[in-house]
Write a protein that binds this ligand. Structure first.
Ligand code: DOR
Ligand code: ZN
Ligand code: ZN
Length: 434
């Protein structure tokens, strides 16, 4: 197997300072991280490629615990192959995919099919979630034990909320007995019916029915009580409201096993930023008020929200052209996530670089007990190299994902991933790199 010697790398230390290091990758592992001027030794028959990372940041491969790859069933939106290609281009080496496919990933065969396709793509590591209920219809629990044996890493009906409290409680009790997490898309349908954007100024201006904050927070509150009762590890998807952050903060304070994620768009955009009736700004949960955005940022900063995920949700241009009310919910996320967050929060001095990197590596690894997310000697060689200097505009036509549905077109950003390694294999390299 080919080995790599990355020289002049800027690496974050425990204190969050940048240190100049050389990194030797071989046999799928980080063989060594050495001081700047160290050379390398390799037997003559080892093929070593030297990579000059001068001026670039080297971090553990990014981890995204909430993505939609669309296969099986919606291959016109994305395939496991195109989604994985998009992930590694965005610097992600591990991605966890949602089961709202067709068929729904609610049986062991579909879980294994996803794993097989991911292996064939041979790009990012793909961790499948399985559905909580058959067909995500909320009527009947899936076979949790068989799904775990097939390789599912948790249970979720993402795309819809589990409407019945009894169903959710049964799911949590069963998951707890198997030492598996329940991951929840929190949405009470009775409060949402027919709405496509958040309740508030934008909805009023355009005469649209609004999605209220309580539709999310009611499920968060309910599920926290059920998690307390069952002892399950309960993970809240894409937190978007001030009220959800408050409930999760309080639950953590009293020791309930709850964790949570937040998406870049909910940290950066509010409903008042939506330029018009353009469905590239439509996702679920929706963009909310500036006050909610600030609460999510605060929640991430104080540890209430554990990690950042993209909720990468590709749709075709035809589907998104149906307009704000009829188009499906969702925006793509892999290829803009790091540059957006780096430019908006690190370049501006609001966050340290280490804070951002931890929320996309060490934190998801800790919460989901993954053996990746670390850049150190003997660690698995999932590694991402990022250019922190070059300014580039977001151009959906350059995306590796099939999806072009992003509200960030034209945004001038820094922090573009330029090279990605998974298990010591180079899976992405920016073609413009000299
Ligand atoms: O925006 C979203 N897109 N939210 C969801 O809950 C589902 C997802 C999708 O599958 O497109
Ligand atoms: Zn969701
Ligand atoms: Zn989702």
């Amino acid at each position: 197997m080919k080995a790599y010697f990355i020289k002049n790398a800027n690496v974050l230390n425990q204190e969050g300072e940048l240190e100049r290091k050389s990194i030797m990758i071989a046999d799928g592992k980080i063989l060594d991280i050495m001081d700047e001027n160290a050379g390398y030794f390799a037997s003559e028959d080892t093929d070593v490629e030297v990579i000059d990372a001068a001026g670039k940041l080297v971090v553990p491969g990014l981890i995204d615990m909430h993505v939609h790859l669309r296969e099986p069933g919606f291959e016109h939106k994305e395939t496991i192959e195109t989604g994985s290609r998009s992930a590694v281009k965005g610097g992600f080496t591990t991605i966890a995919c949602m089961p709202n496919t067709r068929p729904v990933t609610d049986d062991p065969e579909t879980v294994q099919m996803v794993l097989k396709k991911a292996q064939e793509a041979n790009l990012a590591k793909v961790l499948p979630y399985a559905a909580i209920t058959i067909n995500e219809l909320g009527r009947e629990l899936t076979n949790f034990e068989a799904l775990k044996s097939a390789g599912a890493i948790g249970y979720t009906d993402d795309g819809v909320g589990v409407q019945s409290a009894q169903m959710m409680k049964d799911a949590m009790a069963l998951a707890a007995s198997l030492d598996m997490p329940v991951i929840a898309h929190c949405e009470d349908n009775s409060l949402v019916e027919g709405a496509c954007v958040a309740e508030g100024e934008f909805a009023r201006k355009h005469g649209l029915k609004g999605i209220p904050n309580e539709s999310e927070a009611i499920h968060v509150g309910r599920d926290i009580l059920l998690a307390e009762a069952t002892g399950v590890h309960y993970h809240v998807c894409h937190v978007s409201t001030e009220q959800s952050v408050r409930l999760i903060r309080q639950a953590k304070e009293i020791g309930i096993k709850v964790t949570a994620e937040v998406c870049p768009h909910h940290l950066i955009l509010a409903d008042e930023d939506i330029p018009g009736l353009d469905a590239n700004w439509k996702m679920n949960p929706p963009l909310r008020s500036r006050r909610d955005v600030e609460a999510c940022i605060k929640g991430l900063e104080d540890g209430t929200l554990d990690m950042i995920v993209t909720d990468h949700a590709p749709h075709s241009a035809e589907e998104k052209a149906k307009g704000m009310e009829l188009a499906p919910f969702g925006i793509v996320g892999f290829e803009t996530a790091f540059p957006l967050l780096y430019t908006k929060f690190v370049e501006t001095g609001k966050w340290t670089l280490k804070f951002l990197v931890d929320k996309m590596t060490a934190e998801p690894a800790r919460v989901f007990r993954l053996d990746t997310g670390r850049l150190e000697k003997d660690a698995i060689a999932d590694v991402t190299i990022i250019d922190l200097e070059g300014l580039r505009a977001v151009d959906p036509n350059e995306f590796a994902t099939k999806g072009r549905n992003t509200p960030f077109t034209g945004w001038e950003l820094k922090g573009w991933p330029v090279m990605t390694f998974v298990d010591g294999k180079k899976v992405y390299s920016d073609p413009t790199l000299s």
